[in-house]
Design a protein around this ligand. Structure first.
Ligand code: FAD
Length: 188
């Protein structure tokens, strides 16, 4: 089994709708499907969306990457797909993520400024700029909250409504009740 990594840039074909919960709705659907499929295939990586452009980075088993990329290439939600990196990989560099999502954030704007780029046009990134983008995805903490929220939805888990403090309190109250019932019962 050999590992590989892949990065590409593309142009969205849909008209961006207002952001809901921090993510454009079309992108949210793509992320949900990606997280479901990529977790199964043990693919990790990240997706940037901004200026109507995508930049996606994937790493994992070569077969799984190629199957996934074949599906992505046929997807009519984007066009003008340019493969930027497609090469063997020795060790995985991401952990615990099926698909990180990073919107066109402050970090990316800083990167664009540093590179003297006016807008997010990943199709014309140099290989050095690609590596910097991948580093941004790897180090991004912004998406963590979004990721957790989307992951919950995609696996159908119930939202967390109790804080850990409240849980401890409820467990404590339950124990007191059990002790009271036992003591009360033994006194009858
Ligand atoms: P399906 O069950 O066929 O579809 C999943 C959902 O996507 C459904 O809600 C369906 O309605 C919707 N959908 C599918 N195609 C379209 C379409 N053309 N227009 C509108 N809605 C549609 N897939 C991955 O598995 N991993 C990835 O990392 C990944 N990254 C992507 C990045 C980009 C920029 C884009 C545009 C797509 C990406 N996809 C990714 C999606 C991929 O192109 C396929 O749609 C998906 O892999 C099909 O998987 P499925 O058969 O499980 O989903």
């Amino acid at each position: 089994m050999s590992l590989m990594r892949l990065a590409y840039a593309s142009e969205a074909t849909f008209e961006a709708k207002p952001v809901e919960k921090g993510v454009e709705p079309h992108v949210a659907r793509i992320l949900m499907t990606s997280r479901k499929n990529n977790a199964k295939d043990q693919l990790v990586g990240g997706l940037y969306y901004g200026n109507n452009r995508f930049f996606q980075y994937l790493e994992g088993e070569e077969d799984a990457i190629r199957r996934t990329y074949d599906r992505i290439l046929k997807d009519d939600r984007h066009r003008n797909i340019v493969t930027l990196i497609e090469e063997p990989l020795k060790n995985r560099t991401f952990s615990n993520w099926s698909m990180k999502y990073v919107p066109l954030s402050r970090d990316v704007r800083k990167f664009l400024d540093e590179q003297g780029l006016e807008s997010f046009e990943p199709a014309s990134f140099t290989s050095d700029q690609c590596e910097k983008m991948i580093e941004l995805i790897r180090n991004s903490s912004h998406d963590q909250k979004l990721g957790n929220r989307d992951d919950r939805k995609s696996v159908g888990e119930a939202p967390q409504v109790l804080s850990s403090g409240m849980k401890v309190g409820l467990i404590g109250a339950g124990l007191v009740l059990v002790v009271a019932l036992v003591v009360g019962g033994s006194m009858l």
